[in-house]
Each structure stands twice: as structure tokens, then as C-alpha cells.
Design a protein around this ligand. Sequence first.
Ligand code: ADP
Ligand code: MG
Length: 226
Amino acid sequence: MIYFENVSKTFGKNVKAVRNLSLHIERGEFVFVMGDSGSGKSTLIRLLLKEIEPTEGRIIVDGEELTGMKRRRVPYYRRKLGVVFQDFKLLKDRNVYENVAFAQRVVVTPSRQIQKDVPRILTRVGLSAKYKAFPGELSGGEQQRVAIARALVNQPDILLCDEPTGNLDANNAWEVMQLLEEINAGGTTVVVVTHSREIVERMGKRVIVMNRGDMVDDRQINGSEE
Ligand code: ADP
Ligand code: MG
């Protein structure tokens, strides 16, 4: 599903954010990416989003090579991806329903479809009762679930999460992780960047460890999830 082949990303002359990375993530996998601040985790996400280009190497997603992709193809490619960030990035002046619907309006979804999809996805993230609430009226965990609903409403194949629990307390973080696990069980490939060793150990998934641009570990953890 996702292949990195000898990928390097250098910023300026000598900031090697990612160094000669080769990696394969299969369809349907759940993968954590761990590492200290500045180790290259967000760079991996941005490379997948095609926000930035590799300095060397190739990235192939769902059979499509990202380098050299035609410009007009990029927005269609991006529809295969859902993205969730640490700071939620919700529209503060729109309610929950509109925040999720927004992701469909930008890709010109018929309103009948929006009226069907938004309630369905809000139910899936456990927020159907709060569809009229504004982001400022929600807890951090609820806001992140809105962001996850928005990322999923167009049914992406891959969900990319960059420190999705970085602003959440332990309970909310754990709930968000369980939701991501459910989403993965539904067939979506999930990649989660996190700082939290505790979460990674509890969840028991594959973990890729980055250190100063190098992948220094790639292994399966035995979880302690009860
Ligand atoms: P992480 O997400 O693991 O904290 P990043 O991938 O954001 O790390 O950054 C990896 C390295 O690349 C850091 O040294 C960072 O300062 C550098 N970097 C990231 N983005 C840029 C950029 N746009 N311009 C210059 N340097 C950058
Ligand atoms: Mg980062």
C-alpha cells in the first residue's frame, strides 16, 4: 500500500530530516511512528501528503508513484488520504456538523449524500448528539473525534495522524486510540505519529522508531490492552 524506497529529505543544505528510508506498510495495517522531536516523523506525513517532495528516492502509494505525479492528479490522490493533527484544525465559527460537511463540500459532494454521510460518521465517532455544538463547547477529546470524522467522511483508504493525542489527557487520548483501532478494524490503513511510549506499549502494534532522520527500529509490540 505505502512504499518508501531509499527516501531522503534534506532541508536547505544540511538538515537531513529523513535519511535513506525504505519501508513498506501493507493495506489494512496499523502502524505507529515514534521518535523524539525533530526526528523526521512529520516529514514522513508531509511526504505522503505530497506537501513536500523527497530529495532522493521514491514513494509509491496504492500503486501510484508520487514523484512526477501530474499536478491535476494531486487533489484526486489526496482523496485517498485522511489527515488528523495534534491541534484539531477545526473551523471555530462552524458547528460539528458543518465542520464535517465542509470536507465534502470542498470535493463537491451532492447535498443529499452529505446529509446521509455526516450523521453516519458522527455516530461512528460517538458524537451524533453534539452535531450542533461549536468546537469551543467541546472537550479536547471530542474536538479530536470531530477532526477524525472530518478526515473519514470521504472514505479515505489511509488515515494519517500526526500526534493526534498530543493535546489530550490520558483518558481522552486512550479513547481516541480506541477509535483509531476501530477504524483500522473496518479496513482503513492507519499511520499514527506519537510521542507516547505508554500508548504504543498498551496498543500492541507495529512501531517504527525514528532518530534524527534514521529509522532505527521497526518491530511488532505485544500489547497489554485489556
Ligand atoms: P518531528 O515531527 O519528528 O518532530 P520533523 O519531521 O518536523 O520532526 O522535522 C525533522 C527535522 O527537519 C527537524 O530538524 C526540523 O527542524 C527540520 N525541518 C522540518 N521541516 C522543515 C522545513 N520546512 N524547513 C527546514 N527544516 C525543516
Ligand atoms: Mg512533528
